[in-house]
Design a protein around this ligand. Sequence first.
Ligand SMILES: Cc1cc2nc3c(=O)[nH]c(=O)nc-3n(C[C@H](O)[C@H](O)[C@H](O)COP(=O)(O)OP(=O)(O)OC[C@H]3O[C@@H](n4cnc5c(N)ncnc54)[C@H](O)[C@@H]3O)c2cc1C
Length: 381
Amino acid sequence: MNFNLTDEQQLVRETCRKFADNYLKPKAAEYDRSHEFPWEHIEKLSGMGMMGIVYPEEYNGAGMDYLSYAIIVEELSRGCASTGVIVCAHNSLCLSPINYFGNEEQKKKYLSRLTTGEWIGCFGITESNAGSDAAGTTTTAELKNGNWVLNGTKNFITNGGVASVNVITAVTEKGIGHKGLSFFIIEKGAPGFSVGKLEDKLGICASPTTELIFDNCEIPEGNLLGKKGDGFKIAMHTLDGGRVMIGAQALGIAQAAFDEAVAYSKERKQFNQSLSNFQAIQWMIADMATEIEAARLLVYQAAVLIGSGDRRKYSKQAAMAKLFASEMSHRVTHKALQIFGGYGYTKDYPMERYYRDARITEIYEGTSEIQRIVIASNVLG
Ligand SMILES: Cc1cc2nc3c(=O)[nH]c(=O)nc-3n(C[C@H](O)[C@H](O)[C@H](O)COP(=O)(O)OP(=O)(O)OC[C@H]3O[C@@H](n4cnc5c(N)ncnc54)[C@H](O)[C@@H]3O)c2cc1C
């Protein structure tokens, strides 16, 4: 596979790198402390086409390729991992199912406003008893007098509360497990819809994670996304694409931690010499550099394969990219913090934030254990 970037892809990388260095990085610590949603970043990114990265220009999207998308997420996450996941959840989890499974009317109404950033999107499958196992979903949707009536609660929803468009799963036929799930589009302000608890988290603190509550929530019949009973299929298709970008997020966090650790190892002196003179530190740096490159190759390969559009071709690679990149990010941020010694443990330096932010990439959009299940089932058949 050829990863020589085209002129456009190079430009995308340079533009996002500059944006991350000039806007995201200087404010990331403050947003981490305040837990505020970084509206100023999202407004600027909207103007750059980053809220509709791979979507068709006829729906106001930027029409870029998936490798560019991965590069964008990697670079943004280098500056601020919260902004990285806000962009991922919006692009991959909300826009993708509407683009692939929505009808023309839904695309015109929702996609065209989401791609410009006028509306933010979120995606909800998780519930208190449906985490790794979507078949545990208990939120229901019943068709009554020409409207869908939804009841239940989703939890841990990224962009919850700031989203104008919520795409969520609900049971439309009981007793048949995941085959009874369907997807729906719920607009902010729909009667009976509210946002519940805002989670107080270890990392990615500027990215809101909330409950979505449906209490006899009424939405038009036309807000069914795809066919009735296709909810699980839509969720898996969406997550296969989304998890590659979580791999890119993990990669960006690791790269940020690595760059700072290398610079620090050259500046910091102990025993009358730079830390970088010690072989123990050199080996850590060598291992980190190697792992980051390996993860980048897996993430870029999976991103290129998503562009093929055939899920059978990229499901395994997407799981491998996410699994390796997220666990790599854990190991790299651990070592990078170690190179900073006690200073790495303080909030005077970004190391502790990188370490906290990296951890979630092993959990959301399918835990590492679930990625291993996907990989093994592809290998074993
Ligand atoms: C910050 C954050 C943001 C999130 N954003 C979203 C979002 O936008 N939309 C959304 O729908 N969800 C979201 N989630 C939910 C996330 O995807 C789930 O937390 C995740 O899928 C795991 O589900 P769970 O937490 O219920 O853990 P569980 O499923 O209870 O798993 C607990 C442990 O058991 C392991 N386990 C479970 N089943 C198996 C098995 N079969 N074999 C081996 N091990 C297993 C898991 O790997 C894990 O280690 C978010 C979560 C967080 C924390």
